[in-house]
Design a binder for this molecule. Structure first.
Ligand code: MN
Length: 128
């Protein structure tokens, strides 16, 4: 199994470090963005295989950043997973309704995250 290039969008430095460390240990290449604007710009530049998108961001939020990424002619179909501190079922439903390919609730589980990421990557490779 080879690593994937994953764009992690997170404005909280501690959360960002945690996600980065876990994903790098799992063999992935991590590209970091600290705002939605940065995420949109980087997505077009680095062509990630997966995006983890914090929903609460300074400036444009994760939903708006997703919308802008989807407009990109090349990387627009990249799987984008919402990450949010809210763990209510309606938040999960709303994230899926907003067009995210999946949902992770905070706090993230260091133990489960690598497998969850593999699941999202596998789904993204379905071609569906
Ligand atoms: Mn945030």
């Amino acid at each position: 199994m080879t690593g994937s290039r994953i764009l992690v969008v997170e404005d909280n430095p501690l959360n960002l470090k945690l996600i980065r460390d876990v994903l790098q240990v799992a063999g992935h290449e991590v590209i970091e963005a600290r705002s939605g604007e940065e995420a949109v710009a980087l997505a077009g530049e680095v062509a990630p295989q997966l995006v983890l998108m914090d929903l609460q961001l300074p400036g444009i939020d994760g939903v708006e950043a997703l919308r802008l990424i989807r407009e990109h002619p090349v990387v627009g179909r990249v799987p984008v997973v919402a990450v949010t501190a809210f763990a209510m079922k309606e938040d999960r439903d709303r994230a899926l309704h907003d067009g995210f390919d999946g949902y992770l609730g905070k706090p993230l589980s260091v133990r489960d995250l690598p497998e969850q990421i593999q699941g999202f990557l596998a789904k993204g490779n379905d071609g569906g």
